[in-house]
Design a protein around this ligand. Structure first.
Ligand SMILES: Cc1cc2nc3c(=O)[nH]c(=O)nc-3n(C[C@H](O)[C@H](O)[C@H](O)COP(=O)(O)OP(=O)(O)OC[C@H]3O[C@@H](n4cnc5c(N)ncnc54)[C@H](O)[C@@H]3O)c2cc1C
Length: 404
């Protein structure tokens, strides 16, 4: 068997491990933290393209604890409805975009990988790696060294493997926004389950969904002109942060303030970042994937989908191309155009959320209705490249890609 050392037990790590196992490889996953993601409070919407890719790997049960979000509805801060936009066309078997708590997704992916016999090693932080005459060796913080035939860096935005492959690799770019959010109980907000409400507030973007039990999941993206330091953000206490958010939405005629007030634990702010172009994804038998190679702004709602699509393509390349280095090179050339286009899309979406001045807000309020008119009239043409992309496990890697 050919052993693949997979660094990172988030989304890309377990998903690619299961794809490689299907391809006949022997993957082992190494996660820096002790038990992974149980304490991660945030959530995400896995778009229909990523959901379909999970299905192709036979692991869409990882979303069992989530709920479907087939639609987005946009409102201006003054309460004016802009548009109802499908969250991508339904895929095979009626698959649509689905919201899930991040911890539920991570734990379900990990448990399914373990159930399929894939070893997971926790408390294993990779600090270095090198090539050997026959493969690779990974060096871990606890002093252990592990040999393998190839090494896959699925170690997220602040990837160590990216820096091992290229010490000059770019660092993440700050999107001039921070992220925050939470879960609100016992508050009524307009709308129904199945729709994500996007509120383009006068001073800040706000989004919420109703889960099946009546809880409201929300996030907001306040503008932050300069990249904050960790210390700067840590110095903002929970009460001060709640007060600042309530003030940010005080001019809007939406449910944002009620939802914030009804949230017990509001997530402390953290910077929104992306990673536009990483020149080197591969060095011989080492490669990066997922956020390590191409983090997309959360504004696109596509980062996890890109990581899962990567997993399908990486598994297919290793299945169909006998030479490992050639297979990794093929993976990079197949994925780079799509993910870099997605990062650019996410940047534009994030920039639309920035309300740094009244002038900028007025421009946004002029441009957005036109944009939504175009999307509503011609949804297939304008966003189908995002949502209708399908990575099919059963197609050979050389087959031309067919849009759904
Ligand atoms: C606020 C926010 C909202 C988002 N919303 C969405 C959304 O709605 N839809 C969507 O599709 N995407 C969303 N994303 C993006 C999505 O979360 C990421 O794209 C996705 O998690 C990437 O998966 P990954 O496995 O590449 O990285 P991660 O999920 O970050 O996993 C990396 C793993 O590697 C481990 N690790 C790191 N360094 C090492 C090391 N040296 N050794 C061993 N292990 C290591 C980490 O502990 C972690 O478990 C959002 C992101 C953010 C920040």
């Amino acid at each position: 068997m050919t052993t693949a050392l997979i660094i990172g037990g988030g989304v890309a790590g377990p998903a690619s491990a299961m794809a490689l196992q299907k391809a006949g490889y022997d993957p082992v996953v190494f996660e820096a933290y002790d038990r992974g993601a149980e304490g991660v409070g945030t959530n995400l919407v896995l778009a229909v393209n990523g959901h379909t890719a999970l299905h192709e790997l036979g692991i869409s049960t990882a979303l069992d604890k989530g709920f479907d979000i087939p639609r987005n509805r946009y409102f201006m801060g003054n309460g004016r409805s802009l548009s109802l936009v499908p969250n991508g066309k339904a895929g095979p078997n009626g698959i649509v975009s689905r919201a899930v708590r991040r911890a539920d997704l991570y734990v379900a992916l990990r448990d399914e990988a373990i159930r399929r016999g894939i070893p997971f090693e926790f408390g294993m932080r990779l600090v270095d790696a090198e090539h050997t005459p026959n493969g690779v060796v990974g060096h871990f913080e606890n002093g252990r060294k592990v040999d393998g035939d190839l090494l896959i860096g699925a170690d997220g935005l602040h990837s160590t493997v990216r820096k091992i492959i290229d010490p000059e690799a770019p660092r993440p770019r700050f999107g001039r926004l921070v992220n925050t959010g939470g879960y609100a109980d016992g508050v009524s907000a307009p709308g129904e389950p199945g729709t994500e409400y996007m509120l383009l507030g006068k001073r800040c973007f706000f989004s919420y969904v109703h889960d099946a039990d009546g809880q409201i999941w929300w996030y907001a993206a306040p503008h932050w002109p300069e990249e904050p330091t960790r210390e700067e953000l840590a110095a903002i206490g929970p009460d001060e942060w709640r007060g600042r958010l309530l003030e940010l939405f005080s001019q809007d005629k939406t449910a944002a303030r009620d939802i914030i007030a009804a949230t017990e634990d509001i997530w402390a702010p953290w910077p929104i970042q992306d990673l536009p172009t990483v020149p080197a994804w591969q060095d011989r038998r080492m490669v990066i994937m997922g956020d390590a190679a191409h983090a997309v702004s959360p504004a696109a709602g596509q980062g996890a989908s890109m990581a899962i699509e990567d997993s399908v393509v990486l598994g297919k390349c290793l299945r169909d191309i006998p030479d490992v280095e050639e297979a990794l090179g093929r993976f990079v050339s197949l994925r780079r155009p799509r993910v870099e286009k997605m990062v650019a899309f996410g940047k534009r979406a994030g920039d639309l959320m920035i309300v740094s001045s009244q002038f900028r807000r007025r421009m946004r309020d002029l441009v957005l209705p036109l944009f939504f008119k175009r999307v509503t009239l011609n949804e297939t043409a304008s966003l189908s490249w995002v949502y209708d992309h399908r990575e099919r496990w059963d197609e050979p890697i050389s087959a031309p890609r067919i849009a759904a």
